[in-house]
Ligand binder design. Structure first.
Ligand SMILES: Nc1ncnc2c1ncn2[C@@H]1O[C@H](COP(=O)(O)OP(=O)(O)OP(=O)(O)O)[C@@H](O)[C@H]1O
Length: 304
């Protein structure tokens, strides 16, 4: 289990994280979300032992994770970290990059493991290609496979699919997270993308104002977002009568209600239209199956 106890950290005078505590169980997947600059990457780097803490302590089972003041070499064998900038060997092949941390004493095992990981990150056609010739997204996949090669107990991922195109993203996500669950690898992923969270993370933690704003299951935080910031992570929302109402919870009905809105704009979203409208001078958003006429009036109902 990872235990983070009352940690505080600042790069200079200004605090980035202020007295935060949480735990992550073996095999659990935790997503860390928060606005840009809220400290997600910093937290991952601290967990990796890249910085010294101002206060507090971090433990992985019985080992304390310490910063550079206490360690000549940053990092621990049981942990891998895939940063936003990937640290690859550009002049060697994908296969060699992935196998670089695997022992040459067991060549068959090394080859099998490398092939397994190449499949997980869907780079079968690039195994012999030199990394410098790959695209940003392909490099990100090599970095992921490389981090998994020695099967760490805990994996820290910073925006792991940010460079990968939408065609590949979904299947890659499923493969990588499935692989991690099967191997019982604890995973902490910093992300801006709700698709990295819903369906994959056991828990999610929201960083805001140097603190943990919320820490719960994605299900609870989606259904009961305590703040607009949390709701905004999941999608378009409104504040109606001091309550957060997602766009999909507002339904157009053929009846008179006290929610009469005037359509301003209609955006095609594939399976629905996102409608921007005016409700008592406030801009609101709701979803509609059919396109609505600009300037037309509609009546809405809130669905729980
Ligand atoms: N090496 C550094 N030296 C000084 N300040 C830094 C350094 N790295 C980050 N910061 C500052 O620390 C704060 C947190 O940055 P961090 O990169 O952890 O945020 P983040 O939530 O990961 O942002 P993003 O979502 O944009 O990646 C920011 O105010 C940033 O400017």
């Amino acid at each position: 289990m990872l235990q983070v106890k009352n940690i505080s950290f600042s790069y200079s005078k200004n605090a980035v994280l202020n007295n935060i505590s949480f735990e992550v169980k073996q095999g659990e997947h935790l997503a860390i979300i928060g606005e840009s600059g809220s400290g997600k990457s910093t937290l991952l780097k601290i967990l990796y032992g890249e910085y010294d803490l101002n206060q507090g302590a971090i433990y992985w089972n019985n080992s304390q994770i310490l910063g550079p003041k206490f360690n000549l070499v940053i990092g621990y064998d049981f942990m891998k970290y895939v940063a936003q900038e990937f640290d690859l060997m550009p002049y060697t092949t994908v296969e060699e990059n992935i196998g670089t941390f695997l022992s040459n004493f067991f060549p068959e095992e090394k080859a099998l493991r490398t092939q397994e990981l190449i499949k997980v990150v869907e780079l079968e056609n690039y195994a012999q290609t030199k990394v410098k010739l790959l695209s940003g997204g392909q490099k990100q996949r090599v970095a992921l496979a490389r981090a998994l090669a020695k099967q760490p107990e805990i994996l820290l991922l910073d925006e792991p699919f940010s460079h990968i195109d939408n065609f590949k993203k979904q299947s890659l996500r499923r493969k990588v997270f499935k692989f991690l669950k099967e191997k019982n690898i604890t995973c902490i992923v910093a992300t801006h993308d709700k698709e990295d969270v819903l369906g994959f993370a056991d828990n999610m933690m929201v960083l805001h104002d140097h603190n943990i704003m919320a820490h719960n299951t994605p299900n609870v935080l989606f259904k009961h977002p305590k703040t607009p910031l949390i709701a905004s992570f999941f999608g378009e929302f409104n504040i109606i009568n001091n309550t957060i109402v997602y766009a999909h919870q507002l339904i157009v009905i053929n009846d008179t209600t006290h929610l009469k809105a005037t359509v301003k704009q209609c955006y095609f979203k594939g399976t629905y239209y996102l409608v921007e409208a005016l409700l008592n001078q406030d801009t609101i958003f709701f979803q509609s199956h059919a396109p609505l006429k600009i300037a037309s009036d509609v009546f809405l109902e809130i669905k729980e």
